[in-house]
Design a protein around this ligand. Structure first.
Ligand code: GUN
Length: 278
């Protein structure tokens, strides 16, 4: 039976390590303050933002909330970001996505200073990752690398298959696995013979956004399976992109949903917030 990779436990360990480090940095007069912007009141976004602020409080990172009404204009949002970019007290800026349809997401992402881009979404951050320079790394894929590291799963020389090519998860995930000397294949909706390609994987990372799409036919015996998806089923329970009950018996290790990748995303946001003042 597979080892269950406990994202909750790893994220708690990481947050406790960060808490200690933040106390040390405070003693040297260095303080992290995260500005959290939410436009509108999408209930899911409110939950995420609430959890991010709670994590800041736990670790000792300051947080400032900017809850803007749905009808906020793009110009008003850009003016706020400009102000926060210039404010030396603010060390990280996060604008919760999605923003309302009349605001262009890319314009917002590009306006946040790369020095305060704790989400790692700015093209400068992505470019730095691409060429192996220092910079903020998108939290979910960075969290997956931490999970692999804490689980003693070595990436070097392994066949790694990433299913999904989003800017936030799939692409940075592929770059991080490559940086760790994996042999990386990225699959997407146009990939032919997806099952066959996935079955090559020693490490399979799935971020497709389709409930239980990955069944045992996609998985090689003994593979490590990382599930980024999270979906609410009709019965109220959560599930991932991987059909856990069918896939787990074949794996050497697997992340559950909930309690796998999810908790790592916020822990890595906190890591990035601390990195901003290191
Ligand atoms: N919306 C969903 N996930 C994220 C995230 O990691 N960062 C931001 N800013 N918005 C999100």
């Amino acid at each position: 039976m597979a080892d269950i990779i406990d994202g909750k436990a790893v994220s708690q360990r990481l947050k406790d390590e960060l808490k200690e480090e933040v106390a040390g940095l405070k003693a040297q007069g260095k303080e992290a303050v995260l500005a959290v912007i939410q436009v509108g009141n999408d209930p899911a976004s409110s939950v995420y933002v609430g959890n991010k602020k709670k994590a800041c409080a736990y670790i000792g990172i300051g947080s400032e909330s900017y809850e803007l009404p749905e009808e906020t204009t793009q110009e008003e949002l850009l003016a706020l970001i400009d102000r926060l970019n210039e404010d030396d007290k603010i060390t990280g800026i996060l604008c919760q996505l999605p923003v309302p349809g009349h605001i262009d997401e890319d314009t917002i992402i590009r306006r946040i200073s790369p020095l305060k881009d704790v989400d790692g979404f700015h093209p400068m951050s992505v470019g730095a990752l691409c060429i192996g320079e220092k910079g903020f790394v998108s939290c979910t894929p960075a969290g997956i690398m931490k999970l692999l590291e804490y689980s003693d799963i070595d990436v070097e020389g392994k066949e790694c298959v990433v299913v999904g090519r989003s800017n936030i998860v799939g692409k940075p995930m592929a770059l991080l696995l490559l940086r760790a000397n994996g042999t990386v294949t990225v699959c997407h909706s146009r990939t032919k013979n997806l099952q066959e390609v996935c079955r090559r994987a020693d490490i399979l990372v799935v971020a497709v956004g389709k409930p239980k799409m990955i069944t045992e036919e996609y998985v090689k015996d003994g593979a490590v399976v990382i599930d980024v998806g999270i979906h609410r089923m009709d019965n109220g329970k959560l599930c991932g992109d991987v059909d856990y009950d069918r896939v787990a018996p074949k794996c050497s290790a697997i992340t559950p949903v909930p309690g796998g990748v999810g908790p790592m995303t916020i822990a890595m946001l906190m890591y990035n917030c601390v990195n901003a003042i290191r």
